[in-house]
Design a binder for this molecule. Structure first.
Ligand code: FPP
Length: 247
């Protein structure tokens, strides 16, 4: 039997184990390990990020095929600014390039794309392309792709607290009215169901300031595979593991 056939068989066997009635609606992913993947291959880190984009495209397809409705990925954290300027600039250019190349297809597939985080520090070119991509796809309703950039969970919570404090001091709300529902309504993810599953690749077992409020009840799946080597097969493994948990 050819190697391709063996892989297909393994894939099919895994697909059959998935309970279509228990597919998570919202999956969040910390795409970790791009740099290490490249370094292991004696390549500059940027090759890991480039390859990471291909993997993201594969996982987006796989999650749609499975019946998920929302994918939220961590593309750039508030801490990522401390990386060498060359890498930061590369990532910023990569975001623009990916949007330019992929937005037509994203739109044709009725996927809505949303960027979550403080976009202010990014260059105008990126901000413009983000804004045009969001407005082009804003009425799409088959799938939602949230891309977290310059995002930090604590920063988001502080922003909500400030917003509610302002509303309280102006008399718009009473302090006694502050509850989880009101707090939710001020989050950057307002209106979106919390993720049932968080996947982190590369074996790291941290949340790293990602969606701190929204992940309160999520199942966590850690994959030892580095993000550039992650694929549909590994994604199906994460889903099967999730389905084995008692929720
Ligand atoms: C983590 O690996 C990965 C990132 C910081 C960047 C991920 C970004 C993409 C895959 C591009 C996505 C683009 C769009 C438009 C959605 P790392 O560099 O932290 O790896 P390391 O831990 O091995 O150093």
């Amino acid at each position: 039997m050819s190697l391709g056939k063996i892989i297909d068989n393994k894939h099919n066997a895994l697909s059959k184990r998935i309970d279509k009635q228990k597919v998570p609606e919202h999956v969040a992913i910390i795409m970790d390990g791009n740099g290490r993947w490249a370094t292991n291959k004696r390549l500059p880190r940027k090759y890991g990020h480039k390859r990471g984009v291909d993997v993201l495209k594969e996982i987006l397809k796989a999650s749609k095929k499975l019946g998920c409705k929302v994918l939220t990925v961590y593309a750039f954290s508030t801490e990522n600014w401390t990386r060498p300027t060359e890498e930061v600039d590369f990532l910023i250019n990569l975001f623009s390039e990916v949007l330019r190349n992929e937005i037509e297809e994203i739109h044709e597939e009725s996927t809505k794309i949303k960027f979550i985080g403080d976009l202010n520090p990014f260059p105008e070119t990126l901000k413009k392309i983000i804004s045009s991509s969001e407005s082009l796809t804003k009425n799409n309703n088959k799938f939602l792709l949230n891309v977290c950039v310059n995002y930090g969970g604590r920063q988001e919570i502080v922003k909500v607290a400030k917003e509610l404090a302002l509303k309280s001091s102006s008399g718009e709300i009473k302090p006694s009215e502050v509850n989880e529902e009101l707090f939710n309504s001020e989050l950057l993810t307002r209106g979106i169901k919390d993720p049932e599953l968080l996947i982190r690749t590369s074996g790291e077992k941290r949340i790293s300031n990602f969606l701190l409020w929204q992940l309160a009840y999520s199942e966590i799946y850690i994959s030892d595979v580095l993000w550039p080597d992650f694929n549909e097969f590994e994604f199906l493994k994460a889903i099967i593991d999730y389905q084995s948990r008692n929720r």
